[in-house]
Unconditional design. Sequence first.
Lengths: 103, 103
Amino acid sequence: MAKFLHPSLDDICLTEILSALSDPVRIRILKTMLDAQGCCSCTQAAPCPKIAKSTLSNHFRILREAGLIKTTKVGVENRSVVREQEINQKFPGLLKTILKFAD
Amino acid sequence: MAKFLHPSLDDICLTEILSALSDPVRIRILKTMLDAQGCCSCTQAAPCPKIAKSTLSNHFRILREAGLIKTTKVGVENRSVVREQEINQKFPGLLKTILKFAD
DNA sequence: TATTGTAGTACAGAATTATTGAACTATTGA
DNA sequence: TCAATAGTTCAATAATTCTGTACTACAATA
C-alpha cells in the first residue's frame, strides 16, 4: 500500500519548489488543481491523455515531495489538493506570482 | 571567439526561468550578481571555488539562455549583469519574489 | 466469493541531461 | 614571444527522467 510522504512546512525549500514548477506539465497540473478549487484525481489534473501514467504518477510524486500538494487516497482514486495556505505562510506571494505568468 | 546569444524579451519564457533558478548554484550566482550592483566576472559570482570551471561556464550559459543575464567580454573576462529591468517588464515582481526567499 | 474494471505505484531499461577533466581560444602583461 | 588568466568546447562518465510492464488496492457486479 502506497504511503504518501508529505514534507513538513519546515522541510519545504524554495529550490525544490522551483524545480517542481520548472516543468510545463507540472505547472499545468498545479494550475488545473487550483482552478478546480479542490481535490483532483491524477487523471482529472492530467494535462493531456498522451502522457504515460507512470510518468504522470512520477510528476505527482515530485509535486508531493516538493510540498506543493497533499494527496490522500479516497477509494480507488488519489485525490490531491494544493497546499496553498501553507506555501503562502512560508513563501508569501510566491505561488500567486509564479502562476500568474503560467500559460 | 565565443559569441553570446541572448534571447529577446519575447523569447524569454517562465518555464526556462524557473528551470534556471531551480538550481541552488545558479540562484546563488544570480543573488551575488544582484548584490554586486553591476557586472560580475564568472569567478567573482561563483558560489564556491570547488566547482569545475566547465560546470560554472555551463551554469552561466543556462542563465544566459534563459534570458536572466547578459554577458559581454571585457578584456580577458566575461562580465555579466542580471537583465533585471527586462525581466520585470515581462514578469513584474517575479524575480524579486523568488530571490526574497533564496537562502 | 470470485471476477472484472479502475486508479495508480514500483521497477528496470532506454533516453536524456549534468558534471567533469583535458584541450583549446582569446586577451593581457612582462 | 612566452607565460598567465579567464572562459569555452568536447568527449566521457554520472545522474535523472521517461516509459512499458507488472503489480497492488479498492469497488462493483454476478
